[in-house]
Write a protein that binds this ligand. Sequence first.
Ligand SMILES: *Cc1c(COP(=O)(O)O)cnc(C)c1O
Length: 359
Amino acid sequence: MTSLEDLPIRDDLRGSEPYGAPQLPDGIQLNVNENSFGIPASVQSSILEEIKKVLGNLHRYPDREFTRLRKALSGYLPSNPAVEQIWAANGSNEILQQFHQAFGGPGRLVLSFGPTYSMYPVIAKGTLTDYIELPREEDYKLTPQYVVDAIIRHKPDVVILCNPNNPTGTAIENDVIEAAYEATGGMVVVDEAYAEFSSSESAISLLKNRPRLVISRTMSKAFAFAGVRLGYLVADSAVVDAMRLVRLPYHLSSLTQAASIAAIENSELMLSNVKQISQERERVAQGLAELELKVLPSESNFLFVEGFRDPRGVFDYLLSNGLIIRKTVIDGALRITIGTPSENDKLLELMPKALASLD
Ligand SMILES: *Cc1c(COP(=O)(O)O)cnc(C)c1O
């Protein structure tokens, strides 16, 4: 049997492990921040109708510029950015990868503030981009001064700010983004994967006269569309031109485009559970706080919970009872996605038992 080590693979990839959270299709999955409510039945029918329309044309390549999809996104987004300012790809992970292909690369440095999204270093590595992650401030917050000092010290080519931040749920105000933009001559990316759950204003409102600012978004979380793989960015149209230099031609399939158009045209229905998820988040937070755990304020569909004496033991106990949550890189901390009310009930029922079993 040939092993990876026998192949003339890139030296910097030797010994690496593939990234990926475990999947538990028959259990309660509260580990990857999906929307557990799923897609409303009426929207499922609309999606099927849109897909039917393209079936007769699947022998042709898709619209390379996915213009209808970009128009739909423009109609959905706050302040309706121009179609030329919008770009989409297979998940915001691919958005970030294309961005790195165009603005990162050998000799270029990306700066972020951790703990943050664990794909940032993976995407940097895959594109041969240098990556540095500085610790966040107290309770994982970020202030303009701290971010500006970091930029002056490290002179990054790209700054990534995740807002609200995964895995901590922490939101930043737009003044942090404005200060970061002023402090650097490089690109500033705001990853708004959880924007629909947040009460703070989208950085899309800052785009005017800021051609180096990029807002990355996804339909995987609030839109309950993780299985389709649709992410997008909003930026100056020149940034979109840069994406065209590195994208593979026809990267968004006709099926993806059709399904996404139908979902966005039904955005109100697709997002109808967002409010309930936020309410459930506060209910779960209270339930966990009563167990003497420290629950961080969250503006997303998950909670960052600290104060576990044996987080691995808790993770294993829940898993053996058919419920999966997420380990984190922070000592004593776990991340828990908010699910449906019955899934959350199950979590709140199992958690005290998990803690008791480990005492
Ligand atoms: C989930 C997530 C993404 C990307 O997800 P895609 O499914 O690739 O769109 C991007 N950024 C953050 C912070 C995330 O949590």
